[in-house]
Design a protein around this ligand. Structure first.
Ligand code: DMJ
Length: 463
């Protein structure tokens, strides 16, 4: 009898410990954070931003980026376009780091040289530099920032001079020469927020029209089942890679259809988004016993080609929230969170059917945090704050260096690599901060963030 009692007790202990363990490992603990705890978290994020900014200043001031392990400056094109100061400026402002924001703005106002004989990638320069110049103009009223944005826009415009109107991948800022006929939906279709805002602030409609035409020309080339592929020739308009998905290279094309519809009240964009959303849901969403994922498919047949999902795909819950589908967003976010917890930091790519990491690097990417911020805003569910705490703790534990932060070469070994991209300041730290900061810091419904997290004021604009 005694043996039976001991046996039953042992089974119960085992059951309970397994149950408790499963809860804490599989899901964020949904304990409400107090206002004081939230404020303390926001302060912690701000302190880390300040520390990394000081490291940038110490070792790379005036250059595009800091390489955080070698402590050397790095310029993307051999000469500087002030990538980090420009991308970081609105984050410094939002965090209330005024002296740092002022010195960054003075540097930009006086030192940014756009008249350089270099071929730049339209997409990156548009989302990081043009987006940031416009957003900071709105935040500060500094007219020099708008002048620079207009100059940059003018130098970039030749990129649209292809037979289809879809932009070449690179444009020379000095000569206006273009190169790179093979491009992808993200690079072609993620320009309208920035050029639309530039049109709004300068009154030059041409900016809006060219970026919109590129988006429409791309959409027109969708397959009969409504999907786009991964690579297209901007001169012939022919697809050279029919792989569809929401992954990097396609991602922000979808994001901009929805956001341009909201920001500019553009009904064409609204329709293109609705059509695309239907196709995405039908062919890319993958509802499995372990949860909701989004994989790759052939754009023509809709047949599943890969069960890949990764750190870039984790932007999609944010888009779903903005599109009004918070339920689906929450399900996908749970999967992203599983991906994060597999190795304690998310990998660049995962085969979700096997739960195997297929690309093990982590580039300090923001998307999973961005989606957490959107979901917290729309639900106020404490589990999203707990998720944010998990990301912060992991970043602090594995990516923090003696003076800044570094990407990881391998999330399994946590080996660091010598990279701290400017989006770490523009997006990762900003979204993490906004998740914990009071809503009044940057009222969510008053802005649309571009894909580099630069907030654009919502108000009646051009159509
Ligand atoms: C950023 O430059 C942007 O968020 C872009 O849309 C995707 N890649 C990086 C961040 O991961």
């Amino acid at each position: 009898m005694r043996f039976v009692r001991v046996f039953v007790a042992a089974v119960m202990v085992l059951f309970l410990s397994k149950h408790v363990f499963a809860q804490s490992a599989d899901s964020a603990v949904p304990r409400a954070m107090t206002t004081t705890e939230k404020a303390a978290m926001a302060e912690k994020v701000k302190a880390e931003a300040l520390r990394s900014w000081e490291a940038y200043k110490k070792y790379a001031w005036g250059h595009d980026e800091l390489h955080p392990l070698s402590k050397k400056p790095f310029d993307w094109y051999g000469s500087t376009l002030l990538m980090t100061p420009i991308d970081a400026l609105d984050t410094l402002t939002v965090m209330g780091l005024k002296p740092q924001a002022d010195e960054a703005r003075t540097l930009i106002d006086t030192k940014l040289n756009l008249d350089q004989d270099i071929y730049v990638k339209d997409f990156e320069i548009t989302i990081r530099l043009l987006g940031a110049l416009l957003s900071n103009y709105e935040l500060t009223g500094d007219k020099r920032l708008l002048e620079l944005a207009d100059e940059l826009g003018r130098r970039m415009l030749p990129m649209f001079n292809s037979p289809t109107g879809m932009p070449y991948e690179y444009v020379n800022l000095h000569t206006g020469a273009v190169r790179g006929t093979k491009s992808n939906p993200a690079e072609i279709g993620s320009l309208l927020i920035e050029y639309g805002m530039l049109a709004r602030h300068t009154g030059k409609q041409e900016y809006y029209d060219k970026a919109k035409r590129a988006l429409v020309e791309l959409y027109k080339r969708r397959s009969p089942i409504g999907l786009v592929g991964s690579e297209i020739d901007v001169e012939t308009g022919k697809w050279s890679d029919p792989t569809a998905g929401i992954m990097g290279g396609i991602d922000s094309y979808y994001e901009y259809l929805l956001k341009a519809a909201i920001l500019f009240g553009d009904q064409d964009c609204a329709k293109m988004w609705r059509d695309s959303e239907t196709a995405i849901d039908k062919y890319l969403a993958d509802r499995r016993p372990d949860g909701l994922w989004y994989g790759y498919a052939d754009m023509n047949t809709g047949a599943r080609t890969h069960t890949f999902y990764g750190s870039l795909d984790a932007f999609f819950p944010a888009v779903l929230v903005l599109g009004g589908d918070a339920r689906q967003a929450a399900d996908l976010q749970d999967s992203s969170y599983k991906m994060w917890n597999l190795a304690g930091v998310e990998p660049e790519q995962l085969d979700y059917a096997k739960m195997q990491i297929t690309a093990a690097n982590y580039e300090l990417r923001p998307e999973i945090i961005e989606s957490t911020y959107y979901l917290y805003h729309s639900t106020h569910d404490a589990k999203y704050l707990a998720m944010g705490q998990t990301y912060f703790d992991a970043l602090h534990k594995y990516c923090r260096t003696d003076e800044a932060y570094a990407a990881l070469a391998d999330v399994r070994t946590k080996k660091q690599k010598d990279s701290m991209e400017s989006f770490f300041f523009a997006e990762t730290l900003k979204y993490l901060y906004l998740l914990f900061a009071p809503e009044s810091t940057l009222p969510f419904d008053s802005v649309i963030f571009n894909t580099e997290a630069h907030p654009m004021q919502r108000s009646a604009g051009l159509k």
